[in-house]
Design a protein around this ligand. Sequence first.
Ligand SMILES: [Cu+2]
Length: 482
Amino acid sequence: MRRRNVALLLALLGMLVSACGGAAESGTTAKELSYTLSTGLVDGKMAFIGVGGDIDGTLNPTLRASVGDTVTVTLTSGEGAQHDIAFPDFGAASEPVSGQGNSTIVSFVVDKGGTFPYYCVVAGHRQAGMEGNFEVTGEPAAPAGAAPDAEPAAVAATAPSEPAVRPADAAAEAADIVRDPADLPAPLGEREPQTVRIDLETVEVDGQLAGGTTYTYWTFNRQVPGPFLRVKLGDTLEVHLKNSTSSTMTHSVDFHAVTGPGGGATMTQTPPGQETMFTAKAINPGLFVYHCATPMVADHIANGMYGLILVEPPEGLPPVDREFYVMQGELYTGGAFGEKGHQLPDVEKLLGEEAEYFVFNGAVGALTEQKPLNANVGETVRIYFGVGGPNFTSSFHVIGEIFDRVYDFASLTSEPLADVQTTMVPTGGATVVEFAVEVPGRYILVDHSLSRLERGLAGFLIVGGDEHASIFAGSPTSGSGH
Ligand SMILES: [Cu+2]
C-alpha cells in the first residue's frame, strides 16, 4: 500500500513537471482545476452527481478544462456502493471507492483538446448510466498521420480493460452456492391469511461455477437460486432486505408476486450494510419469480440474484410425494466456457447476449454430480421451475418423461395442460409440472435448446425401485452411449 502511494506521488510529480513544461511552451497559464462528484441512483439509473459550483446537483455533469490544466476529481460514494471514475483518453483512473461518504481521487494533466467520455469502470455501471463528457478547449491532439476525425474511434480501444481471468488462488476456498432442489418448505395447509416475515440477505460470494472455475456470485442468502418462499393467498408479506456489509454493490428485490411500483424494488434499493423493509399483500395466487432490480439489472440477475415465491391458493395444490425447486440462468464470463481460474463478468458479452454458461441452480454439475433430484417408482413428482435468465427462454423438458400436468406460465387458477413433452418458460417466468415416475433409471432435465447442454445445462432425476416391464423393456445395443 505504501509502495503504491509512493508510486502515485511520483506519477503526480511527473504530471506536474510536464504540466509546467506544457504551459511554458504554449505561453499560457495552466490552471489547477478541482471537481467533486458524488454517486447515486436517480430514477432507476446510476449517475455521477455534481457537488458544488456550477455543477452542483447536475447528473453526469459536463466537466471542462483547457489543454495544460491539471484536473483533480474527488469522487465520493453517495450511496455506499463501489464505484470509480476513469478518463481513459488521458490514461487516468481512480482507485475504487465504497462505503457511504468515502472518497477517491484522480488527478491528471490535460494534454489534448476535444470532447472525451468519463465513466465508472465497475462492470455494468457505465451502461447503467455512469458516464459524462469532459470538454477540453485548446489545441486538439494531432498525432502524426492521424486525422482528428478518427479520434473517437480510439476511445473504446483505450478504455482500461479488466483482465478476463484472475489467478486461481480463490478456487480452493470458493463456496458451494448450489441450492439443493429438495430445499423448499412443505405445503402450508389450509389456514387463514396472516402476516409473513421474509428475511433476505444479499451477499456477494466467490463460488464454484465448474470444476476449477470460480465466479463472484451475487446472491440472496448465499445460494443460487435464492430461498424458495411459500405464502398463502391473502397473506401480507413483510419483506426485510439486508445488504451485507461485505457487499460492493447496492442490491434490491422485485417480487413478481407483488402489486405495486417495482414489485418492491423502489423501496428496497439497499446500500452495503443497510436494511430496508416493505409490506405487500399477495392478491394473486401463482408461482412467481423474484430478482434483484438494481441497475444494471441484467448484470445482477446474471450474477445469481433470482428466486421463486409460491402464493398458494386457499385450498393449496393437490398432494404429491416429492416437490423440487429448479431455476435456470446463464452467466457471461470473461473466459470461454470451461476455462479454469476465477472468471470475471463480461458486460459486453452480457449486452450481446453471448452467454458462456447455462446452469440449473447456479453451477455446472449442480443437479447432476452434486445434488440430483431423487424419487422412487410409483411416486408423484412436482417441479417448481423458473427462469432467472436474464436473457434466455427455456424449452423445459425431462428426457424420458412426459409431464402429466403443466400449470402453464405457472398459472394455478387455470386448468392445467395434460400430457405435455416440452414446455416453454420465459425469462422472469415460471411453470409447475407434475408427473408420476413409473420406470427406474436416470432422467435428464434439459432446456431442449440442446446446445446449452454443452454449456453446462443439465440435471438428473434419479428414480429408484423395481423395473416395470409392461411400460418399458429391452436391452441396450452394444456400443450405445446411452
Ligand atoms: Cu443486486
